[in-house]
Every structure is written in C-alpha cells, then in structure tokens.
Design a protein around this ligand. Structure first.
Ligand code: ZN
Length: 197
C-alpha cells in the first residue's frame, strides 16, 4: 500500500529508511501487521526526507544501543566478540564509531570486505532493525557527502559505492513483514526470500 515511484539514489535511500521507520513503529507497538497509521508514518517521513523538511536521526540514539550490547550484531552469538567495520575499510568505510559494530570472530572473518546485507542474505539472514538503520544512515550520509543523491537510479548502479546497491531492494524485502523482525537480533529470511547470490 502507498508505494511511490523512486527515480534517484536519494529517493530510494529515503524510501528504504522510511520503510524502516514504519517497521520501528510497528515493533514498538507490538503490532504483527501494518495499519494505516504505519503507512502514514512512512509516507510522511519519505516526503519530508525528499523535500528536505525532515532529517534522519543522528547516530546518537544508535550509540546508546551499542553500549552494553554483548552479542554479535550479525549472528547474536555472545562468544569471541571483537569490532567489525560495517562498511569495510577496503571500501572507504571509516574508523569512526558510527561505522564500528560488535561482531564475533567467526562472522568477522566470514564477512571480510563484503556488503553486510548481501552477505547476510546469502546465509538466509536479515539484520536487526537497529543495525539496518545504522547501515542505511551510513549509506545516506555517504551519498550526501559525495553529492550523489540526485543521481538517477540506473546511473547510480554503475557507481563504486561502499554498499551494494544492486541487491538493495531485494535484500530489504523483509521490511514488509514486521511479524518476523526484531530490533536487536538478526532473524531468518522466509524461504521465498532466499535467492542465494
Ligand atoms: Zn557472529
């Protein structure tokens, strides 16, 4: 319901972030299905982001969530935790706190320089909403900084970015199913969403 046509990289990122806000509200209410209110939240945020009257939240809220977290943000394991770069260093990921997450040794060495969403997708997993929000913010601010927001989607696909644009829409499809998602924990993809790579 209420889909919009996205033509630019900025519009697509705004739409996916608005999808995330819709899930966030539904989960906080304990709703299993989206209602009209949730769709309105999404549309309002999308329009606000695109016309510049609204901004994405700062990383500050996400930082609070990281403090005291003692599980791997990719597989939920509490064992052998270290720090991982969400956007890989090899792909311009920074050493700033906003790009650092807790990850277990096993996930760290498996993910390496791969895109977080594509890598999880290949394992039949979907990230927790808080991790995904951080990922989308990093993507959004990267594109703002490099003046890429108005690039047409088709053209954007040819750019060398620190995240995987090609599979973004497919990999974010689970955002339409709030009943299966978690704020903090990664979850399993539904069988029909598992495409492999
Ligand atoms: Zn892990």
């Amino acid at each position: 319901m209420g889909e919009v046509t996205r033509k630019t990289l900025g519009e697509e990122l705004a739409w996916q972030y608005a999808n995330l806000a819709r899930v966030d509200v539904a989960l906080k209410q304990g709703a299993k299905k989206f209602t009209t209110i949730h769709h309105m939240v999404r549309m309002r945020l999308y329009k606000g982001l695109v016309n510049g009257t609204m901004q994405m939240g700062s990383f500050c809220d996400d930082e609070k969530y990281k403090i005291g977290m003692n599980i791997c943000c990719y597989c939920n394991s509490p064992d052998h935790l270290g720090v991982d770069h969400l956007f890989p260093r090899q792909k311009l990921g920074s050493d700033l706190a906003e790009n650092l997450v807790f990850a277990c040794r096993s996930c760290n060495s498996s993910k390496r320089d791969r895109d977080m969403l594509s890598w999880l997708h290949a394992q039949g997993k979907f990230p927790g909403i808080l991790l995904l929000r951080r990922y989308l913010k990093l993507a959004y601010f990267f594109c703002q900084k490099h003046d890429l927001m108005t690039r047409p989607w088709e053209e954007a696909l040819t750019l060398d970015l620190p995240f995987d644009l090609k599979n973004l829409q497919i990999n974010l499809a689970p955002l339409s199913r709030p009943e299966t998602l978690s704020m903090v924990h990664s979850t399993r993809l539904a069988p029909e969403e598992q495409h492999g790579e």
